[in-house]
Design a protein around this ligand. Structure first.
Ligand SMILES: *Cc1c(COP(=O)(O)O)cnc(C)c1O
Length: 418
């Protein structure tokens, strides 16, 4: 049973703001003119060439022309995951792939260990409880993330080997924090623990460095609408040989997401109609990633993220908004969460920025609602797009009278021009 909080995890938390910003007579929301600048951490901007690639009539998914597109996209996703193991894809948003990872690998009453990172680790854990799993949590301050030593301790203390899976959100989209997967893998290995490693890469894949096979990840959860620059609606799981073996013993109820059933289909990895238009787009977005080179994609995200942080660090003067994440080595390169000064509402700032400058920013999720805003800097993005969003935030703070030190955009420009 989904909780209300799961129904729209990425939606605006400023209820009613969609229509209250209207300045036009009659119905509809008045928008500032010019291009809509989308600076949310998901969904993300869809490149024009991806939109063009999807703009076509339906085609039979067994048509040889489509099978070629499917194969190219399927193998492209495996390349982005950096795996030579298995891949299953779903007509579902990321939540569907979360559900697939749990129900295909676990049995009622199994214990999983969830590393607390923020809203998304909480939601994955609550889905697991909903499926009858016992969830143990390595607790953490959302501004710093887990102490990896505590992960090792929790596993070492599990002498009976009851823990079947360790669940980690690689990039916590709600807080702007990335967790070090190689260190987590090393902690599992050092404890000699056989648990599977399940990783949510929904807001890191195609943006931050990720290596499924080299990092020993058993199940990777990914989605279409973040680093892969596509519309929402398609998600997938990369699955290791070890995980596939565990799947054969797993007894949680599943049907639509069942890997065995999928593997037996002629057109592998889908049950039901394949979203052909998304696949045309996916083939194109993979081509864009290949063209730029994955390493360069990762470097670009690192550069744009650092520019964003430099802007925020300047704004933090005069008791202004500051970086939410307090662990510099864990700063996310795909999203920056900004903590508002006490007494100032981030959603009112977001509304001003949207109404006046046509820029969309992310809000705070869960317990961070009304406390932070988030600047997404992932996917199809370059320097002027980022600077436009940062300038809109800085102007918004002037308009709203939010205390800050001026010159954040200047600092971002200075960094990007280095
Ligand atoms: C966006 C996101 C999700 C949820 O994905 P949906 O496609 O909205 O279902 C899960 N985990 C992380 C880390 C995300 O960023």
């Amino acid at each position: 049973m989904p909780k209300p909080s799961m129904s729209n995890p990425l939606g605006s938390k400023s209820s009613g703001s969609a229509s209250s910003g209207s300045r036009a007579a009659g119905s509809g929301v008045a928008r500032a003119r010019g291009r809509h600048f989308f600076a949310n951490p998901g969904p993300t901007n869809i490149p024009d060439s991806v939109l063009r690639a999807m703009d076509r009539n339906s085609i039979d998914f067994n048509d040889p022309e489509f099978v070629e597109v499917y194969d190219a996209a399927f193998h492209g996703v495996k390349r982005v995951l950096q795996t030579e193991q298995h891949l299953f894809m779903y007509n579902a948003s990321g939540h569907g792939a979360w559900e697939a990872s749990l129900t295909n690998l676990l049995s009622p009453g199994d214990v999983i260990l969830v590393l607390e990172s923020g809203y998304f680790s909480e939601e994955w854990a609550s889905m697991a409880r909903g499926h009858g799993l016992e969830v143990r949590v390595v607790e953490a301050d959302w501004r710093r993330g887990v102490d990896i030593g505590e992960v090792g301790k929790a596993l070492a203390a599990d002498g009976a080997r009851a823990i079947k899976a360790v669940c980690v959100v690689h990039n916590e989209t709600a807080t702007g924090m990335m967790l070090p997967l190689p260190a987590i893998r090393a902690a599992i290995d050092a404890a000699g623990h056989p648990a599977l490693l399940l990783v949510d890469t929904i807001s890191s894949l195609g943006s931050l460095e990720f290596r499924m096979d080299a990092w020993g990840v058993d199940c990777v959860v990914g989605g279409s609408q973040k680093g892969l620059m596509l519309p929402t609606g398609m998600s997938f799981t990369g699955v290791s040989d070890k995980a596939l073996a565990a799947h054969r013993q797993a007894k949680l109820h599943r049907f639509y997401f069942d890997w065995t059933m999928m593997a037996n289909r002629v057109q592998k990895s889908f049950i039901g109609t394949i979203p052909v238009n998304i696949f045309y787009g996916l083939r194109e977005s993979i081509r864009l990633l290949d063209d730029e080179g994955l390493d360069n994609v990762v470097d670009r995200h690192a550069r744009l993220a650092e520019a964003t942080r430099r802007a925020v660090q300047v704004w933090a003067g005069n008791d202004g908004p500051r970086l939410f994440c307090l662990s510099p080595e864990r700063y996310s390169n795909s999203v920056t969460a900004v903590l508002m000064p006490e007494g100032f509402n981030p959603d009112s700032l977001r509304k001003t920025v949207r109404d006046r400058f046509n820029v969309s920013l992310g809000g705070g999720l869960g317990r961070l609602g009304g406390k932070i805003f988030r600047i997404g800097h992932l996917g199809d993005l370059n320097e002027p797009m980022l600077l436009g969003a940062l300038a809109a935030v800085e102007m918004g703070m002037r308009i709203e009278g939010v205390p800050h030190a001026r010159g954040g955009v200047e600092a971002a420009m200075a960094f990007l021009a280095e």
